[in-house]
Design a protein around this ligand. Structure first.
Ligand code: AMP
Length: 556
């Protein structure tokens, strides 16, 4: 396994293979296999900034991925090179993803809202050789961002741009995709590059619980195990149509089951450019979508869309909610309004997942986040003393299994904290288990804000606020929000005679080039912070304080 990654112990890896959890396929293999079984079936629908609307059969998709893979090899990319992938939901994301997986280069999954603060750090930490971007998206200039990232990242040689036009100093994905390659020597070359399924396939990013985001190395074997079991749980087949309306780079949309699961099963993937109700409903009707995944914020918006009745949404079989808890009332409304089944998911980039099953009783589907994904998953609920809590009580979820990584990339110190000596990943999430084994999320131990499924590390934002010369100390906490689930509120202690407003604070933070979703949405200036008995800032008290203030404001 790539240096800097933690492999599974040999005996466990052999067991996962012997028991069929790991099939020793690569992500490229599953595309090839579906193209052999279903050459004419639709594989991918999306809007390309290069060619407009694309509708690829499996035959087309494999051809494009192979062509791009060969062109990337010619360009000089090599197996295990890291390529930061910051493309939105466009077909080029998919072509490039499979092309990289085929040559054993590793896509690093940055999200479109990430800015220099995030991409620069990740590109340097991964020692990326290439960086793929759109030229522009929602008014933001990614070419400028790429130039900044390049200045900070000595390893970065290629900027790949998904645009019709060429830009100086960059490589045009349009040109790479257009040049035909039919040379048999080249095909042998592609075959020779087929990666080891035990090798790293994809770098995901952690939700960012402490300071900077961590890189999560998924192998072909573990990532495909995850999509296979997740697809089975929602009954995905070659007749399914999956709508990706959240960024497809996100683990839920890429691998649980997401794009990987759809390709594994020969299903169709439809890329929505955004999660707006109009866009989503038009696509559900036009593409006869059977399965859509979403965070609750998106589901709430879909339910409340006044134009909903204009669309025929009857093809929808399953809506999978995850990333944040789907409350029972919301779940009930989904089933009634869309006439489809709801599936609850709880999961994380590190690969531990739980979900409800299609044939679970209604109360399990509405009230719980289900059971672990595979029979080989080992989980425990642990108290502060590191021991298992008594049955029925709430504890921190620790887990390991064939889809759960054993360590972050190049993070020795953090790995010692986040994984126990037996390889259990400590999720930082507090859950309860009922007597039938169903788990319910009860809270969180880690210092994070979950804003509509986007995770914000409190520590990262605090450090940036702290660098403002007016500020003595800062504490960022979650405040409840009926649509987003949570938003962040910054408590700040200022130097004497200084003033600071939310707008000024956010202008300061934007100058640090952080993703916009990380900006605090409320600022409380205080004289001092409440402390715990250990003399640490009591975030619990701050969370209670802002929640009470919000309640009072509602009443007024
Ligand atoms: P990420 O790795 O970005 O997908 O974030 C994973 C984290 O999201 C988990 O550790 C949880 O804190 C949170 N999360 C995911 N699914 C749920 C859910 N169904 N309910 C509550 N929190 C969730």
């Amino acid at each position: 396994m790539l240096e800097g990654c933690t492999p599974w112990p040999k005996e466990l890896a052999e067991r996962y293979i012997a028991q069929g959890y790991w099939e020793n396929f690569t992500i490229g293999d599953i595309l090839d296999r579906s193209a052999r079984h279903f050459p004419d079936r639709e594989a991918l629908v999306g809007m390309s900034p290069i060619t407009g609307q694309e509708r690829d059969s499996y035959r087309d998709l494999v051809k494009k991925a192979d062509r791009l893979a060969l062109r990337l090899l010619r360009l000089g990319l090599k197996p295990l090179d890291r390529v930061v992938l910051q493309l939105p939901n466009i077909p080029e994301f998919v072509y490039l993803y499979f092309a990289l997986c085929k040559i054993g280069a590793i896509p690093v999954m940055c999200l479109p809202p990430h800015r220099l603060n995030e991409v620069g750090y990740i590109a340097r930490h991964a020692a990326a050789r290439a960086y793929a971007i759109p030229s522009e998206l929602r008014g933001f200039d990614y070419l400028k961002l790429a130039a900044d990232v390049r200045r900070q990242t000595p390893s970065l040689e290629f900027v790949l741009v998904a645009d019709r036009n060429p830009f100086p100093g960059t490589v045009s994905l349009a040109r790479l995709l257009e040049e035909p390659v039919e040379d048999t020597c080249d095909r042998d070359l592609l075959q020779a590059c087929r990666p080891d399924p035990m090798e790293v396939a994809v770098f995901q990013l952690s939700g960012g619980t402490t300071g900077r985001q961590k890189i999560i190395p998924h192998t072909h074997n573990d990532y495909l195990c995850c999509c296979r079991f997740s697809a089975f749980m929602v009954g995905m087949t070659s007749y399914s149509a999956f709508l990706a309306s959240a960024p497809v780079a996100h683990n839920f949309s890429l691998a649980a089951p997401g794009l990987n699961g759809a390709i594994y099963n020969g299903a169709k993937t439809v890329l929505a450019q955004n999660a707006d109700p109009e866009t989503v409903m038009q696509l559900v009707e036009a593409e006869k979508i059977t399965y859509a995944n979403a965070v609750p914020t998106m589901i709430i918006n879909w339910l409340n869309h006044p134009g909903r009745e204009r669309y025929d949404l009857s093809s929808l079989e399953v809506i999978a909610g995850g990333g944040f808890k789907v409350n029972p009332e919301l779940g009930r409304r989904v089933q009634e309004t869309f006439g489809c089944r709801l599936q609850q998911n709880f999961g994380m980039g590190e690969g531990l997942h739980t979900c409800t099953r299609m044939d679970d009783p209604q109360e399990v589907i509405l009230q719980t986040q289900g059971r672990p994904l595979t029979p080989a998953d080992e989980i425990k609920l642990v108290g502060d003393d590191g021991l298992k809590v008594p049955a029925g009580e709430t504890g921190e979820l620790w887990g390991r299994g064939p889809t759960v990584v054993r360590g972050y990339y190049r993070e020795e110190e953090r790995n010692r904290e986040a994984f126990d000596p037996e390889g259990f990943y400590k999720t930082g999430d507090m859950l309860r288990r009922d007597d039938r084994g169903n788990l319910t999320v009860a809270g969180r131990k880690k210092d994070m804000i979950n804003r509509a499924g986007e995770k914000i590390s409190a520590e990262e934002v605090e450090n940036l606020i702290f660098s403002n010369p007016k500020v003595i100390n800062a504490a960022v906490v979650a405040m409840p929000d009926p649509i987003y689930g949570e938003k962040s509120c910054a408590y700040v202690i200022l130097r004497s005679n200084e003033t600071l407003g939310l707008e000024e604070l956010n202008t300061f933070l934007l100058e640090k080039q952080i993703a916009k979703f990380k900006l605090p949405e409320r600022l409380e200036i205080v004289e001092n912070f409440p402390l715990t008995s250990m003399a640490k800032v009591s975030k619990e008290e701050l969370r209670r304080d802002v929640a009470a203030k919000l309640d009072r404001e509602k009443v007024v």
